[in-house]
Design a protein around this ligand. Structure first.
Ligand code: HMG
Ligand code: MG
Length: 286
């Protein structure tokens, strides 16, 4: 039987806040994570340990990790582009880490200052160290259908990078429509190629809502068997290296959409609404 349980992986504190124009104070980030911890999420991406020159908004991720109240049963995650980031994430007590590659060369260069192959080479020791330390590693593939620099992406390229991350030991691969330009037909064709390599149970959908098609892309992914989706409360988000990338699909909108379709998420709708209110206040503060 096809599962009716869907997990929303909350990425707002990281993917959402990394791109805010305002320098959001650490205590506001901590309050957001704490509100999310009370909402029933099993995984929350708290921050990233990347170069502060590249993404200044995440420079205080260690302080955020130190100040949050950890809820039992919740895994608090961080992005780690290299060994320096991995060491910092471990020191901060991240429960899991993520390495993040791109299906397109243009975005890889802009986001990581590396070709796809160079970035994979850089991730390998992170994945190895995490395996030795017993730390779960998640993999992201960005620009799975469209790249702001290179245009349409060949599904075979996305499948190849996803398979490389799987081979490094990523327990789950999150497929990112980074700029939210993906049409459902293109997402479906991309999924068909990736599913030839990796079963749906090890994939997640990560849809930005720039083009207003994130929920349609979730539906296409559900039909393909995916049951994990990344989302950000309040629709926070974007990526500093993906011009025009608007917010991630809003967690509260995705939750309502999934529940209307009969899926169970295990989330507390009122608590999610409170966290979304906090996220919107963070965004609209002067
Ligand atoms: P680089 O400049 O080529 O690296 O950047 P480098 O090794 O030459 O280092 C330059 C400086 O950064 C050095 O400092 C390093 O120490 C420092 P200096 O000696 O000059 O003072 N540095 C670091 N500092 C802190 N933590 C680190 C770290 N690494 C180096 N981990 C690098 C290469 C990968 C570091 C850089 O390009 C980078 O940090 N990129 C990250 C960009 C990023 O975070 N983008 C957003 C996340 S991805 C995303 O949003 C997509 C996603 O949501 C999915 C989707 O939507 O598709 C995941
Ligand atoms: Mg993203």
């Amino acid at each position: 039987m096809v599962s009716d349980a869907v997990e929303i992986f909350e990425v707002g504190p990281r993917d959402g806040l990394q791109n805010e124009a305002r320098d959001v104070p650490t205590d506001e980030k901590v309050a957001l994570v704490d509100a999310l911890s009370a909402s029933g999420f099993r995984r929350i991406e708290v921050g990233s340990f990347v170069s502060p020159r590249w993404v200044p908004r995440m420079a205080d991720s260690g302080d955020v990790f130190a100040a949050i109240r950890r809820a039992p049963g919740v895994r608090y995650a961080a992005l780690t582009p290299n060994m320096k980031g991995y060491a910092a994430a471990r020191a901060a007590g991240a429960d899991e880490v993520a390495i993040f590659a791109s299906a397109s060369e243009g975005f890889s260069k802009a986001n990581l200052n590396a070709t796809i192959e160079e970035s994979l080479t850089r991730f390998a020791p992170v994945a190895e160290a995490a395996r030795a330390d017993g730390v779960p590693v998640r993999g992201y593939v960005s620009c799975v259908v469209e790249c702001p620099y290179d245009g349409a992406v060949d599904p075979a390229d996305t499948a190849r990078v996803a398979a490389a991350l799987r081979d490094m030991g990523c327990y789950e691969i999150s497929l990112g429509d980074t700029i939210g330009r993906g049409a459902p037909e293109a997402v479906d064709a991309m999924l068909a190629a990736v599913l030839d390599e990796i079963p749906a149970g090890r994939l997640a959908g990560h849809f930005h809502d720039t083009g207003g098609r994130a929920l349609a892309n979730v539906d296409v992914s559900l039909a393909r068997g995916l049951r994990v989706f990344d989302a950000a409360v309040g629709g926070l988000g974007g990526c500093p290296y993906a011009p025009g990338a608007a917010g991630n699909v809003a967690t509260e909108a995705l939750l309502a959409h999934l529940e209307a379709a009969g899926y169970r998420t295990g989330l507390d709708t009122d608590a999610v609404a409170r966290a979304a209110g906090l996220a919107r206040a963070i965004r609209s503060a002067p």
